[in-house]
Design a protein around this ligand. Sequence first.
Ligand SMILES: [Zn+2]
Ligand SMILES: [Zn+2]
Length: 348
Amino acid sequence: MKTIGYAAHGVSEELVPYHFERRELRSNDVSIEILFSGICHSDLHTINGDWGDQPYPLIPGHEIIGKVVGVGADVKTFKVGDHVGVGCMVDSCQECKQCKGHEEQFCSNGFTATYGSKDRVDGSITQGGYSKHIVVREEFVVNVPKQLDISKAAPILCAGITTYSPLKKWNVTKGTRVGVIGLGGLGHMGVKLAVAMGAEVTVITRSKDKLESAKAIGAKGILVSTDASAMEKASNSFDFILDTVPVKHDFNIYTPLLDIDGSLVVVGQIGAMEEPQTLPLIFGRRRISGSLIGGVKETQEVLDFCAEHGILPEVETITALEINKAWESLQKSNPAHRYVIDMNSLNL
Ligand SMILES: [Zn+2]
Ligand SMILES: [Zn+2]
């Protein structure tokens, strides 16, 4: 199938229109016309070479909402016309312990990423969601519940699941004292989801001016991390801290905020950090952990959770022509919303 996307042809290069072909439908494939595609910080990290060499030309994008336009002979779950989603993965071995346990993100044979990975069948390079069409095997496609506004739901496929999965894993529930560091694409979803789970949520941020936007999405307040006396006062006051900051930073200032047995969970892949101080870890049995997206089943669960609780990402809709401008703005700051590309603006 001939289609079009926005690709980078080299490290840190601007994205430009790129004509390419999607594969013929295999028997277990779903063919999707992409309607909306979210812009994630990972897209910038990947294209800018922060995570190693990439196979250019490369089309980023792993927050995909679209409409089914074709199904292979053996597809049972989806039919033409359904609204569906695709997140960060498009395949895995389906046989290892992690895959069988619905945690394909930890597949011991390595999952196939939505873009920049080798297809398991034909070895071609996968291309992402900043494009008009995508073909994905059925097991990696999720259903978008009718209650969700499809023009806003795309960021649930990465920002949503990346924050939902650790909140569930660490048993965040009614009354849990949760801190969310950073109020960008991931952080604002973490706040909304934790609030819906009944947690008491505080946004931990460097800037005082985030108070209004934090409260608007359900946080009880903010803790300004540059205010030494406020930070001191907040010692031992969190059960769980979700660290969503997408650039290198020092988490030693945050660990004392945890109560005994509290956990700080990092979800941004940002390379080396400052050396962790052992004192607050030992004196308080505090933990620093990481978490990576979530499995396909859990991705369906977060979509259903958002539908049930009326949660939608804060979104700024842009056209394909505005992609490079949006990237520039993400490079400079971490706005408390996601840019979502309306794929209607991209034509063959
Ligand atoms: Zn992402
Ligand atoms: Zn596997």
